[in-house]
Design a protein around this ligand. Structure first.
Ligand code: NAG
Ligand code: NAG
Ligand code: NAG
Ligand code: NAG
Ligand code: NAG
Ligand code: ZN
Length: 439
């Protein structure tokens, strides 16, 4: 009897620490970089429409500020605002050495990404699940020494537009689910961001790229069927930010800091500028007031804030990495340093209140209602939703399941696991109780 009871206890604890359950639901998180919430309104998108009928569509979602790729993707993976997860820019920098690394090189800087917040891959793996990632920002880095168990990082000169590669990548990810039994995979597509930047969000090129995205969605859903994953696999498709048209050709007065009276780069120790509509400055010692008062009010479309005075709603202040002066421009404008060097027709990085910065959101699978359109929510809430579907305990985060649980058929989406866990615990406890009674 003693022996039986301890066996049961062992059974319970192993279920709790490393649940193994074939019924558990899987999840694929897909990001189409820069897919603005309304990109399906001026393009025929049969596959996205079908996905909405078969699942859930949100009117739009609100990304965190700063609305650029690595910071907002890391919010999807962690449920934390940018000031809380620490990946505050696409570029790693050191204000002492003045070194900067561009987007791609920054993917490999562990200390930049691993700043105290764990992405969902690591959390899932620590709770006995298997996680993978293909090209998703953050994949190349390690977190407390750990990485996603199956991962692929794109080479530095990668053609993010190649539709053949999109299909190959989809086949690869489906193979991970089917043959390696992964529970969670994050997958990234670099479009329609690239095309939106180059040609602008209203261009025919962007519309053609949205057609390509729609074909990819069709291909992904067919692959799910082909791999017999339909009953287990949930798919969330969203993006990191939107895109807004930049005014050009002398239509507007450009924002160029060097031309602003009273402003001098000799008062600045370090700057991050010429990066779309946002910028940050570290003034030299005792020059903060001088730099601030020169810039404040200098251009009607330039916002200038001391870090500690940043509007609370942007949640972009409480982090040591954020520099003492934060700048951002209104939609249509970009911030130049010495002279205009930016020629994109589309940009992001604007205020996350701006409708042009809002991404789309779709979800389909056994956890989700069908043919349901829901209102907007913040992308910090995607993380607790994902943890819930996977049946894992989330880390501390800034989201809440409340914001999304109405999308779920039951708020116990991973019923399989939870019910089994409860039953097993019950059997275990009953056995102990029985043991005590027999004694
Ligand atoms: C920046 O570089 C300096 C000099 O190499 C170094 O002492 C410092 O730790 C670095 N700071 C960060 C945040 O990496
Ligand atoms: C986060 O990075 C900053 C430097 O940028 C460093 O001072 C701090 O210790 C890091 N925190 C964690 C938890 O890694
Ligand atoms: C796209 O990728 C495929 C497969 O690697 C390759 O054969 C093809 O040449 C590529 N097309 C372009 C336009 O780069
Ligand atoms: C979530 O909803 C429950 C029940 O409606 C409520 O008690 C709780 O305060 C909500 N939590 C948050 C963070 O909104
Ligand atoms: C979730 O499961 C618990 C326990 O099985 C049950 O009491 C609760 O009503 C369920 N919630 C929903 C929304 O179905
Ligand atoms: Zn992006």
């Amino acid at each position: 009897m003693m022996w039986t009871a301890s066996l049961c206890l062992l059974g319970v604890s192993s279920i709790l620490s490393a649940p193994v359950n074939k019924q558990r639901q899987k999840l694929l998180l897909i990001s189409f970089d820069g897919f603005r919430w309304d990109y399906d309104r001026d393009v025929d998108t049969p596959n996205l429409d079908k996905m909405a009928k078969d699942g859930v569509k949100a009117l739009y979602v609100t990304p965190p500020y700063l609305t650029i790729t690595s910071p907002t993707h890391f919010t999807l993976l962690t449920g934390r605002y940018i000031e809380n997860h620490g990946v505050i820019h696409n570029m790693w920098f050191n204000t002492t050495t003045k070194a900067k690394k561009p987007y791609y090189q920054t993917q490999f800087v562990n200390e930049w990404w691993d700043n105290g917040t764990l992405p969902i891959w690591i959390t899932a793996q620590r709770q006995g699940l298997k996680a993978g990632s293909l090209h998703f920002p953050g994949t190349a880095s390690s977190y407390q020494g750990q990485v996603a168990m199956v991962r692929e990082v794109e080479p530095s000169l990668y053609n993010y537009k190649n539709e053949t590669l999109w299909k190959k990548n989809t086949d690869k990810v489906m193979g991970w689910f089917k043959h390696e039994d992964l529970d969670f995979v994050s997958m990234y597509f670099g479009e329609p961001d690239g095309t939106g930047h180059k040609y602008g969000p209203d261009s025919p090129e962007r519309k053609k790229m949205v057609e390509q995205v729609d074909r990819a969605v069709g291909y992904i859903r067919e692959s799910v069927e082909l791999h017999s994953l339909t009953d287990h696999l949930n798919i969330i498709i969203t993006a990191d930010h939107g895109m807004s048209t930049v005014y050009r050709n002398g239509l507007v007065e450009e924002i160029t800091l060097n031309k602003i009276p009273g402003f001098s780069f000799s008062d600045v120790a370090f700057h991050l500028l010429d990066y779309g509509p946002s910028g940050m400055l570290l003034p030299k010692p005792d020059r903060l007031e001088k730099v601030y008062s020169a810039l404040k009010g200098a251009h009607p479309h330039l916002h200038v804030y001391k870090k500690e005075d940043m509007p609370e709603r942007l949640r972009f202040a409480k982090n040591d990495r954020i520099l003492p002066i934060v700048l951002w421009a209104d939609p249509g404008y970009v911030i130049n340093g010495y002279f205009p060097v930016q020629f994109n027709k589309g940009e992001h990085g604007y205020d996350n209140d701006d409708m042009d910065m809002k991404p789309f959101f779709r979800a389909v699978g056994p956890a989700f209602h069908k043919n349901l359109e829901v209102g907007p929510f913040e992308t910090v809430n995607v993380y607790p939703l994902m943890c819930h579907i996977l049946g894992i305990q989330p880390e501390v985060n800034d989201g809440h399941l409340n914001a999304t649980k109405h999308m779920l058929i039951t708020s116990n989406a991973s019923q399989g696991k939870k019910i089994n866990l409860a039953e097993n615990a019950f059997i275990g406890i009953a056995a102990i109780a029985g043991f005590l009674v027999v004694q």
